[in-house]
Write a protein that binds this ligand. Structure first.
Ligand SMILES: Nc1nc2c(c(=O)[nH]1)N[C@H]1C(S)=C(S)[C@@H](COP(=O)(O)OP(=O)(O)OC[C@H]3O[C@@H](n4cnc5c(N)ncnc54)[C@H](O)[C@@H]3O)O[C@H]1N2
Ligand code: MOO
Length: 409
């Protein structure tokens, strides 16, 4: 049995990053709504300006800003009202010196005007005369043609994952179809003689499969297309066959169980024989999750996760989710967390990162992070928790009252 080759989390991430993204993903052209959450395979360049014309952003009057200089509550400037711009129509009347044109939020700014006075700061004093009680600066309360998006500019780069606001700007630009990559295909295989499907009554010594469901949920929520490959017994030949089938149909294959150093732990042997470049690491200095093994064979990545349900989920969160969701570990969105005060002291061992499940509670001085009891074999400790905090590599623990970042589930 090969000894654990333990790396730090940072080293594990570096090794996985070297091979991610994996090659061989197909591209497809999708209508906008079907592309939500997908990764752009081609950049999008604006063909039009947004807005396509200079628009008012307040209801009021389009004016020449300089005409309003010096206006005050007791000393209004009087302008001549020369017309109105109806919504959805071109402005047909220009604004000359001393003149104003009535505009609504979103209507076109007429020639000659360079600002809008809000209707609240004006008063009609006769049919065609408007009193302005407050000066406006040039550019005030209007948005110029092309200020939101400029024709010819790159709006979204290749590799960008489409969010609702991205669909919005594409729609605004008249882009109704985009070229995206197919979702990452992730195959999941549970292993272990003691594991039975959840719809079966476990015999004494057996347990129902939890990890296929937690991992499928995590991968699905990360945008992947997930296939379950059932439960493989602890038998080398069967394992190899099933893993190879999953590799043929997926970019990333996740195994759970059998990655530790026990005599029946076959995962490493299976993973070692799949191809080049081979095993990247076996063991990560994190808790829970130490017995994690990763290999790359051609353009496939195979990761053996620890059998304990909490460990498998934590490793997914810290090593796999950032790749699927953001293509790497440095994306700012991947660092989003809420800050809370630790409710009690937690201890750790220097030389490994400890991921601690916490529940969030509203305390008298703001949010409290309350560690949830239970070992890594207990899925309930994930159910009661809202997120994870980390005790850094070289720390012996964290004192009660420390401000911690809680990474939410
Ligand atoms: N002597 C040592 N023993 C163990 C070590 C060690 O370093 N030295 N590491 C411990 C840690 S930490 C973990 S985590 C586990 C990991 O073990 P394996 O990855 O080899 O997984 P198994 O032994 O197959 O299973 C562990 C545990 O998880 C249950 N399991 C497995 N798959 C599922 C599933 N799909 N659904 C629900 N539960 C599952 C399995 O029945 C075992 O109870 O090893 C420690 N031991
Ligand atoms: O590291 Mo194990 O993965 O603690 O439970």
């Amino acid at each position: 049995m090969e000894l654990f080759r333990v790396v730090t989390l940072a080293e594990a991430r570096q090794l996985l990053s070297r091979y991610w993204p994996l090659k061989g993903r197909r591209k497809e052209v999708l209508p906008l709504l079907a592309a939500l959450g997908r990764e752009l395979a081609r950049p999008v360049t604006a063909q039009d300006d947004i807005p396509g014309f200079t628009r008012a952003t307040m209801d009021g009057y389009a004016v020449r800003a300089e005409d309003t200089f010096g206006a005050a509550e007791g000393e209004p400037v009087i302008l001549q009202l020369v017309g109105e711009v109806p919504m959805g129509q071109p402005a047909t009347v220009a604004v000359g010196p001393g003149q104003a044109v009535s505009v609504a939020t979103g209507s076109m700014i007429p020639e000659g005007a360079d600002a809008v006075v809000m209707v609240e700061n004006t008063e009609i004093i006769s049919g065609d005369r408007v009193a302005v009680f407050k000066p406006v600066a040039p550019g005030q309360d209007l948005v110029r043609r092309g200020a939101d998006a400029r024709a010819g500019a790159c709006i979204l780069p290749a590799g960008h994952i489409l969010r609702p606001q991205d669909l919005g700007i594409l729609a605004g630009l008249g882009v109704t179809r985009v070229t995206v990559y197919e979702p990452w295909r992730v195959g999941i295989l549970a292993t272990g003689n003691e594991i039975v499907p959840p719809d079966e009554e476990p015999a004494p010594g057996q347990v129902r499969d939890i990890n296929s469901y937690t991992l499928a949920g995590l991968a699905g929520r990360s945008g992947a297309a997930v296939t379950l490959y059932g439960i493989a017994p602890d038998d080398l030949e069967t394992l190899v066959t099933r893993v190879k089938q999953a590799m043929a149909e997926n970019h990333l294959v996740l195994l759970s169980g059998g990655s530790s150093v026990g005599t029946r732990d076959l995962t490493v042997r299976v993973l070692a024989g799949l191809g080049q470049p081979g095993i990247l690491f076996h063991g990560v200095a994190v808790r829970p999750g130490k017995p994690t093994v990763a290999t790359v064979a051609g353009d496939r990545m195979i990761i053996g996760l620890p059998g304990h349900p909490v460990s498998a989920m934590v490793v997914f969160r810290i090593l796999i989710e950032p790749l699927l969701k953001y293509g790497g570990y440095d994306h700012p969105s991947g660092r989003a967390a809420v800050t809370a005060r630790l409710s009690r002291t937690v201890t750790s061992i220097p030389g490994r990162e400890d991921y601690i499940r916490v529940r969030l509670e509203e305390g008298p001085e703001g949010l409290l992070a309350v560690p949830v009891p239970g070992g890594s074999s207990m899925i309930s400790s994930m159910v009661w928790a809202d997120g994870l905090i980390v005790v850094p590599l070289e720390e012996e623990g964290l004192e009660a009252g420390t401000l911690v970042e809680v990474h939410l589930f």
